[in-house]
Design a protein around this ligand. Structure first.
Ligand SMILES: Cc1cc2nc3c(=O)[nH]c(=O)nc-3n(C[C@H](O)[C@H](O)[C@H](O)COP(=O)(O)OP(=O)(O)OC[C@H]3O[C@@H](n4cnc5c(N)ncnc54)[C@H](O)[C@@H]3O)c2cc1C
Ligand code: FES
Ligand code: FES
Length: 1323
């Protein structure tokens, strides 16, 4: 209960979790905080409101991070704690998400639960599409699972279960007794969970809406509410007149409606308002004049269903775009008024409203007036602005008429939940019964600072016929009228300009289709081949099957090994009871830390002025390099910048304050004077020019490469750029540093993959022995390599602050800071020269790799070593040379990331194989097969291995995916469709596991058996969501008794030998009493003074690598796999859709197939994101622009394969699957390449072309060269445009330059030679 001036405000819960305010009354930590800007869904809660007019209770999901607490007056808010708990009763949504293996790290799980729960409160028996929509379209991000199991858990609530019968107790078509679908010698299972175990959903058991809130809502005597905060006042007017009065008194005060525009501006752009007016509850602002329902979406649907089609064209266009506008949480909060008034240049609705002749009705104390939206208002002309005391009372959207067409068009990086790259609202009115243009309107978004009208073009076209000549003129004129300068914000200039006319073409086709439908005799239809250009990709509910080896029927029933056991913490994840760092209660005297980061890439620090920051309320101290008592530069990693900065985002200082808000405010006030230092090196190319490297070159070589090049038929040379990747773990880097009273001890609670390194760095920074530093790591909300090295630096930064202030320090990085400071996967430039025979046999390869390591060593050397050692992938090339080097640049230091360079390096291999295939006029899969390892062989660094599982995965994948049949079908599809093309690709994988340095592979454990029989296992592994503890418990319980006895402690590979030692000690007791219970044996052992503790130690695999010789037994073992993907590409926009993926992964004997499949799927989807839509954008000055889920797009539910088949193939290998699957995502990249190649063949273009990674929509569109890209290029040339330098430094050549290069020399074919002397491809 919160007190207001005269009323009580009932709040069931608020944005849980953040312990950012010492006086926080409600300590509900289930709700998670991950981005703070409404972009990830981790903080989803359910808001319920009572509508006193309709007498209905409306439940909707909302992103808590954008909900001002004061706006919740009269609302009931349900967080995950209100849904169910381990302490009381878990809810079926929580149970099913957990049991269907829908959680890994668990950080997204409360948000997922809340989205599904809210859906079920409104629709207890949802359709499958509603589940997909509830999760994908509602912007719930998960970077671990790959979404398939999450969707599946939701689908279990559908009346007609679309979950394959095999998931429950039923029979499945794939579950064949004879196992003929996979290996005839082993029985395959498909059942990952048992639906019979699920509790039924009983809607009558849900909490009721609080009656006092109903009474409050029905109270006719509404009064003005005022909330007074530290710096701001919030006023909720009681009536419309009251609102107008307030607006007259506080003309500068914003109206807070959904707060989805205002909130991010305040949080991220430093906007400040002393007074807010919140008229959210006023019925006058929530009334749609055809229905009683205030929701725009419902109202539009209602009108569309009630009115004839010809009248509702604008409404339908709005509805289409409403589906893709943000997530449902945002849409539920945001208002049309707020949207129109804030006039964002990316607005999806304003261009349609303008094209549909809509207008806004304004009201103030002075009276009322109307502003048309197709005038200067949307262009932000000052004379057309709202007066400060005016408010928008409604938006008038007129009906369309018979010979009138209105459409909304849009292209975004991701199909759903992404701001448009370019959008448009277009309408045309014809003279009745003709195709003569009477009125034409075209409005574009994201092409300038406001919504832009192509009014001149439209005017010139009046009176013209709707024909091809008109289209051609329209394209030229519109390009002339809407000019995007080369350095325009948002980059992608050539692409955006191409989209302007591509979308116009789409509009042209749609209208021609419409005219034909009205009078087929008079207006011919568009060519059949063009039909596919009309529609966007449909959103399908994903489906698929997962197969794994069944356990031996003779295995004892209590032995859990090999069974798909649920993640040990899954239920705690879904109830929000799993504790992450920021969920830990506030500690007395605790301070919050906010970082002060460098804004220059390379500069001398002239001065740091902290006086203003220190003077702010709550600020306790500002910490800089001077405060580091020990090493500030340890092993090349700098904790606090000293004298100079070497990248944008380097930590120069931190502010410690009583609240995070105070610390953040103060951090902004620290003034740093810099003097730039040359050179500033940002790109790999710049580093090569300056000879700037972090380490010496790493090289392996076999055969005689130079000699071999003399005897091949053809040689090609090329370059492949692979961009970096952001880890985007859902829990940002989080540390709680607790200084102890005595002996300079300090305890750090943090999420890390490498606690030892944290301890080492902190001890170095504080100049204390390592035994004074304890690191506690229970779990972390995702890591993916990002928490290997970085926590050590951030730990040292926090420890120095704790040491200086003598107080506990809570250091939780905001998403934007985390993305800026901690960097990610190394961008890579691969240069290759390949010699091959006309039959596709590769004889020689000379490959160079350069990675952008950033400004400090971090893990770059190991990344380069891994790239070089793994660079042959699955292929034997008799004469092979590979060199790799890490470039030193002025970017934040790149670090470990799932696959450790393999996903980047191997793309280069697949790229040159594909290029060879193209040169030989052979299908890529044939060239892959020809060159693939076939029998026991030696790698290029002379380690012996057996590729039998690789061959098996490859063969199974080709066969079971019906690769050849589908390839023919795709060719047929491509013949019939000009603007959409399908492509298929299959990639093989040989992935080495482990580390060439033997001592890295060691592990230790400590096992205690307590007197009640319970077992505590303490070890050094880190639980990141991969289910390590779960597998350990499974393995341990084979040695001991049932799983219920075993608990895994904090610092947890669990070598078996500790348990074996204990069992050997217990053996005599068990022998004497074989029928006894575990507890009896333990009690007896104690009586006999048998030690019940043991340590286990695993020396590790004895790996080695001699870099002088380029030889070694570098890896303990290999994991093999193959993946086949099929995509459809929209050549007109650059969008793509993943239709199907089949993965065959060698999993040896899987300890837990559910966890292993989870790792394979999760890694595949993460890889797919890396190779397609995830794009980091830097300025040429080294400033990272992509710092939130709004500008960095990881896959959502809508990107995953429509059909997804995963099979774990059994082999003799030991196993570790977490990283390997990442590279299989490149099958999507090469499928896109195949589709684009089909488009280019049809257009008569060069068959070889550069398609680097990621294959973004921009890349796809601009590579599918056609009349529109040509027109744009010609036009830019005429305009004298120098060509745009992309935002993204790793693609700093413009497309026109690239195209030119492409035709010049990227693939340089030399004369053929007759090969006589080169050895055969396989030994
Ligand atoms: C995560 C996220 C994703 C998004 N994705 C998209 C997208 O894909 N496409 C897209 O087009 N948009 C997108 N948006 C923007 C969103 O549509 C707008 O933020 C939203 O419509 C603004 O409405 P609101 O009610 O929240 O406005 P508020 O934030 O409450 O107010 C915005 C401004 O409008 C003024 N205002 C509000 N109502 C009135 C009124 N009645 N009269 C006068 N002034 C008023 C306020 O004073 C304030 O200045 C996204 C936003 C977020 C946060
Ligand atoms: S934390 Fe609220 S949406 Fe990401
Ligand atoms: S389980 Fe979804 S982000 Fe980790």
């Amino acid at each position: 209960w919160y007190k207001t001036q005269e009323n009580m405000l009932l709040v069931i819960s608020m944005q849980g979790g953040k312990c950012r305010n010492q006086s926080s009354l409600v300590r509900l930590t289930g709700t998670k905080y991950s981005c703070g800007g409404g972009g990830c869904g981790a903080c989803t809660v359910m808001v319920s409101r009572y509508n006193s007019t309709t007498k209905a209770i409306h439940h909707y999901p909302a992103t808590a991070c954008l909900v001002p607490i004061c706006s919740l007056y009269g609302a009931a808010v349900t967080t995950v704690e209100g849904v169910g708990s381990i302490k009381t009763r878990i809810h079926p949504v929580q149970e099913r998400l957990a049991k269907c293996h829908g959680t890994q790290c668990g950080f997204c799980s409360p948000g997922m639960v809340m989205s599904i729960y809210t859906l079920l409160r409104n629709h207890p028996e949802p359709a499958p599409e509603q589940i997909t929509k509830a999760l994908g379209v509602e912007r719930n991000l998960c970077h671990c699972t790959g979404y398939r199991p999450i969707v599946e858990s939701g689908k279990t609530f559908c009346v007609e279960s679309t979950v394959c019968e095999l998931k429950g107790s039923g029979k499945c078509c794939m579950d064949q007794e004879d196992g003929s679908l996979v290996n005839r010698w082993e029985k395959m299972c498909t059942k990952l969970y048992d639906e019979d175990e699920f509790q039924p959903l009983d809607p009558s058991q849900e909490p009721i809406f609080p009656p006092e809130l109903i009474r409050m809502a029905e109270d006719p005597n509404k009064r003005r509410l005022t909330f007074q905060g530290e710096r701001t006042t919030w006023i909720t007017p009681a009536t419309l007149n009251d609102l107008l009065e307030l607006k007259a008194n506080f003309p500068k005060a914003p109206l807070v409606m959904g707060n989805t525009e205002l909130g991010p501006s305040i949080k991220f752009k430093n906007e400040f308002h002393p007074v807010f007016i919140s008229p959210l509850g006023l019925p006058e602002l929530h009334f749609v004049n055809t229905t009683d329902d205030a929701q725009l979406n419902d109202a539009l649907h209602f009108i569309v269903s009630e009115q004839p089609k010809e009248k509702t064209k604008t409404y339908r266009a709005l509805l289409k775009h409403l589906r893709t506008l943000a997530g449902a949480q945002i849409r539920n909060m945001a208002t049309l008024g707020g949207h129109v008034v804030s006039r964002p240049n990316f607005s999806d609705l304003n261009p349609i409203l303008a094209a549909g002749n809509a207008a806004i009705n304004l009201i103030s104390k002075e009276g009322q007036r109307q502003i048309p939206l197709n005038g200067p208002f949307l262009e932000r002309s000052p004379e057309a602005d709202l007066k400060s005391e005016e408010i928008v009372s409604s938006v008038y959207i007129p009906y369309s008429t018979q010979w009138h067409f209105v459409f909304g068009l849009r292209m975004a990086q991701r199909q759903e939940n992404a701001f448009a790259i370019v959008n448009a609202g277009m309408s045309v009115k014809f003279e009745d019964g003709t195709n003569t243009i009477k009125k034409l309107q075209m409005f574009y978004g994201s092409v300038g600072p406001t919504t832009v009208s192509a009014s001149q073009t439209c005017k010139q076209l009046i009176g013209r016929q709707w024909d091809d000549q008109m289209l051609s003129d329209a394209c030229r004129w519109v390009l002339d009228e809407i000019y995007i300068p080369p350095a325009a914000e948002g980059g992608m200039v050539e692409y955006r300009r191409t989209l302007i006319i591509s979308l116009l073409f789409k509009f042209y086709l749609k209208v021609r289709r419409g005219l034909n439908q009205m009078d087929p005799q008079k207006f011919p239809d568009i060519p059949e081949k063009f039909m596919s250009a009309l529609e966007d990709f449909p959103i399908e509910t994903p489906q698929g099957i997962q197969m794994f080896q069944c356990v031996d029927p003779h295995q004892p029933p209590q032995d859990p090994v090999g069974h798909p056991v649920m993640h040990q913490s899954a239920i705690k994840h879904t109830t929000g009871e799993a504790v992450y760092i920021d969920d830990m209660p506030c500690i007395d005297q605790e301070l919050f830390l906010a970082p002060i980061t460098s804004t220059r890439a390379h500069a001398k620090i002239i001065s740091i002025d902290i006086s203003e920051a220190l003077a702010l309320p709550g600020v306790v101290d500002v910490i800089t390099a001077e405060d580091v008592p020990g090493d500030n530069n340890y092993q090349g990693e700098i904790f606090y910048a000293q004298n100079e900065v070497i990248c944008v985002g380097q930590i120069v200082g931190t502010v410690a304050a009583d609240t995070y808000a105070h610390a953040r405010e103060a951090a902004k006030k620290v003034k740093i004077a810099y003097e730039d230092i040359e050179p500033r090196i940002i790109t790999i190319e710049q580093a090569l020019k300056h000879n700037s490297f972090l380490f010496d070159e790493k090289k392996i070589e076999q055969g005689n490469v130079e000699q071999a090049f003399k005897y091949v038929d053809q040689i090609i040379e090329g370059e492949v750029h692979v961009e970096g990747q952001e880890h985007f773990y859902m829990e940002t880097s989080s540390i709680l540093a607790l200084p102890k009273e005595e002996d300079k001890e300090m305890v750090l609670h943090l999420g890390t993959q490498y606690p030892t390194r944290v301890q080492e760095y902190v001890a170095a920074a504080l100049n204390v022995p390592r035994n004074r530093i304890a690191c506690r790591m229970k779990r972390t909300g995702g890591a993916f390599g990002g928490k290997v090295a970085k926590p050590a630096v951030l730990g040292a930064v926090s420890a120095v602050a704790a040491n200086k202030t003598g107080r506990p320090i809570r250091f939780i990085l905001e998403r934007g800071d985390d993305m800026l400071i901690t960097a990610g996967r190394h961008p890579l430039l691969g240069k290759y020269k390949i010699g091959f025979m006309n039959n596709g046999v590769i004889k020689a390869a000379d490959v160079e790799y350069y990675v952008n390591g950033g400004c400090t060593p971090d893990e770059s050397e190991m990344v380069v070593e891994f790239i070089v050692l793994k660079s042959e992938n699955a292929y034997y090339i008799p004469n092979f040379r590979c060199r790799g080097r890490a470039c030193k640049t002025n970017l934040p230091s790149n670090t470990a990331f799932r696959g450790f360079g393999f996903p980047q390096g191997t793309v280069v291999v697949e790229a040159y194989i594909t290029a060879v295939a193209s040169q030989c006029n052979l299908p890529p899969e044939e060239v892959k097969e020809i060159n693939m390892y076939k029998r026991i062989s030696k790698t290029a660094f002379k380690q012996t291995f057996n590729p039998e599982p690789l061959r098996r995965c490859w063969k199974e994948c080709l066969e079971k995916s019906s690769f050849y049949t589908r390839k023919l079908a795709a060719e047929e599809f491509n013949k019939k469709n000009y603007w959409k093309k399908r492509g298929l690709a299959i990639v093989p994988m040989k992935f080495c596991i482990g580390i060439p340095t033997a001592y890295y592979n060691q592990a230790a454990t400590l096992v205690h058996i307590y007197l009640d029989g319970s077992v505590l296992v303490t070890h050094g592994g880190c639980e990141l969501g991969q289910g390590l503890y779960t597998k350990m418990i499974q393995v341990r319980s084979r040695s001991f008794e049932p799983m219920k006895y075993i608990h895994i402690s904090y610092e947890p590979w669990l070598p078996k030998n500790a348990c074996q030692t204990l069992m050997a000690r217990l053996h005599p007791i068990i022998r004497k009493n074989p029928k006894g219970k575990w507890e009896d044996w333990i009690a007896k052992a104690f009586e006999k003074s048998i030690s019940l503790s043991a340590t286990g130690y695993f020396k590790g695999y004895q790996t080695n690598m001699d870099w002088e010789k380029g030889e070694g037994n570098a890896y303990p073992y290999y994991v093999y796999g193959a993946a086949c993907s099929e995509v459809e590409v929209n050549c007109l926009t650059g969008a793509h859709k993943l239709l199907r993926t089949d993965i065959f992964m060698d999993a040896a004997f899987s300890i837990n197939p559910a966890l292993d499949i989870g790792q394979v799927e999760g890694a595949f989807i993460q890889g797919m994101g890396f190779y397609t839509i995830e794009e980091l954008k830097y300025s040429p000055e080294g400033v990272l622009y992509s710092r939130s889920p709004d500008d960095y797009k990881i896959p959502t539910v809508t990107e995953i394969p429509e059909e997804f088949y995963v099979t774990l193939v059994r082999s003799q290998n030991p196993i570790g699957l977490g990283e390997a699957g990442m590279f299989l995502g490149s099958s999507v990249l090469f499928a896109i390449y195949d589709a684009v190649a089909a488009a280019r063949r049809e257009r008569g273009l060069a068959k070889t072309f550069v398609l680097s990674s990621p294959a973004t929509p921009e890349m796809i569109r601009m590579t599918c060269v056609d009349q529109f890209t040509d027109m744009e290029r010609l036009f830019s040339k005429e305009k004298g445009s120098p060509g745009h330098v992309s935002y993204s430094i790793f693609f700093c050549v413009s497309y026109s330059e690239r195209r030119q290069r492409e035709t010049e020399s990227v693939f340089k074919c030399l004369d053929s030679f007759n090969n006589l002397d080169c050895p055969e491809p396989n030994p």
